[in-house]
Design a protein around this ligand. Structure first.
Ligand code: HEC
Ligand code: HEC
Length: 378
């Protein structure tokens, strides 16, 4: 018994061994270039709870390698004429990718015209217009995709010299490998692919794990003050903030991506706004002084506030909506529909002010600001 069992086992192992030694048919010889067959690993974005459906067509072209490449380019200071400035110099993760408390930023030419906004949930910054998806990036919406936006920033802030840059990228084996993997053969390094890769990385910058989100998902609870702040935020006769920084169709991006004038400037004529904002893009004077409603997610981290960074603190912003709303030619009518406050000044009590602050603070997402997938890869 014992003997035949032993022989049986040895025999079986022998057969298995023989099978493994059989020359394999129909298998291509091993590629000399290990990346030659690579066309990228599909990356799918999951829609967070109560976020809008993703209609951005670029979602279908995301690859793990494209995102990795984009992240590297985003953090690489070589991509500027001075060699000192990367996208991440002005868009810092710990500040939800805004600029570390600076009202204006320093680019290779001097000072930026506007305040650097957060980069978060921007794959939703756009909508289908006339059957075609159109993005609305920057305060004035001048870029219609994140790729176009990246191109604008590489030239406008970093003064990137394309031939030099491509030469640099081609000498770096990590970059050439990633370009090949992200975009398949022949894997040439091109200007267009630089923008597409950065776009891919920025599409993954999704913030949906604040205390507010956890309350929405039933995982945490609001304090009494936060809940009161939320009610003030939405109430038609108190803050009425939702008219613009909305739960869009019941979703929770905290922006409707429209261009509006919220009354921060007082000017005699609609031609007098110092920064014409949207009007400079559409050449329609009725758009002068209008800017895209900013998202209020991570708002506690992204000061100073407004397109020109005029308010240092969130306290000052609440005081503005409470006491200083101004009237001028293109101010949005929705600033003045607060029931009982036709001049738009909400006149918050100190308690309401504090509750509103606590609610806005509940939008801070430290999972986002600490996510290792978004950090500096160098
Ligand atoms: C010198 C600082 C600086 C650098 C460097 C910089 N940015 Fe910006 N960024 C800004 C400022 C200022 C704005 C606002 C400009 C405007 O709206 O007119 C902005 C706006 C943006 C926006 C628009 C956000 C929104 O809500 O619409 C995105 C996205 C962005 N930058 C990404 C990038 C990328 C990608 C790079 C690198 C290629 C980059 N930035 C480099 C300062 C900078
Ligand atoms: C009529 C539309 C509208 C209403 C109502 C409104 N806002 Fe705004 N809000 C805007 C616009 C537009 C901006 C950007 C203006 C600019 O930069 O010139 C803005 C900017 C802000 C900012 C600064 C954001 C940043 O990133 O710099 C905060 C904070 C803010 N609003 C909070 C509130 C609160 C709180 C309420 C309710 C009390 C409110 N808003 C009501 C349209 C509105």
């Amino acid at each position: 018994m014992k003997k035949s069992f032993l022989f049986g086992t040895v025999g079986l192992m022998f057969v298995l061994l023989l099978q493994n030694c059989k020359p394999e048919k129909n298998v291509a010889p091993p590629p000399t270039d290990p990346d030659s067959l690579y066309i990228g690993t599909t990356y799918t974005i999951a829609k967070p709870y109560r976020f809008p459906t993703i209609t951005n067509p670029y979602k279908d072209s995301l690859t793990v390698e494209g995102i990795e490449l984009g992240r590297r380019l985003f953090y690489d200071k070589h991509l500027s004429s001075t060699g000192l400035l990367a996208c991440a110099s002005c868009h810092r993760q710990e500040f939800a990718f805004s600029d570390a408390g600076n009202a204006k930023s320093t680019n290779v030419f001097g000072t930026t015209k506007r305040n650097a906004p957060a980069i978060e949930n921007l794959l939703w910054a756009g909508s289908v217009v006339g059957g075609e998806w159109t993005g609305s990036l920057f305060w004035d919406g001048r870029a219609n995709s994140l790729g176009a936006q990246a191109k604008d920033a590489f030239h406008g802030e970093q003064n990137m010299d394309i031939p030099n840059l491509i030469a640099y990228l081609k000498t770096d084996s990590t970059y050439t490998r990633l370009f090949r993997k992200a975009f398949g053969r022949p894997g040439d390094v091109t200007e267009e692919k630089i923008y597409l890769a950065v776009q891919q990385f920025m599409m993954t910058l999704i913030s949906s794990d604040s205390h507010f989100d956890k309350v929405m998902r039933g995982q945490e609870q609001f304090t009494a003050s936060e809940l009161n702040g939320l009610n003030l935020f939405t109430a038609a006769d108190r803050g009425d903030c939702t008219h613009c920084h909305v739960p869009q169709n019941g979703t929770i991006l905290f922006t409707d991506n429209f261009y509006k004038n919220n009354g921060i400037d007082s000017v005699g004529s609609i031609d007098d706004y110092i920064d014409k904002g949207r009007g400079a893009i559409t050449a329609d004077p009725n758009d002068n002084g209008k800017f895209r409603d900013p998202s209020l997610r991570n708002i506690a981290l992204t000061g100073p506030y407004m397109h020109d960074g005029r308010y240092q603190t969130l306290d000052q912003v609440i005081n503005y909506y409470s006491d200083s709303v101004r009237t001028s030619g293109t101010v949005d009518a929705q600033m003045f529909v607060v029931v009982g406050h036709p001049d738009g000044k909400r006149q918050f009590t100190q308690q309401e002010h504090d509750d509103l602050m606590n609610f806005l603070n509940s939008l801070t997402d430290t999972v986002f600001t600490h996510n290792p997938n978004f950090s500096n890869p160098f």
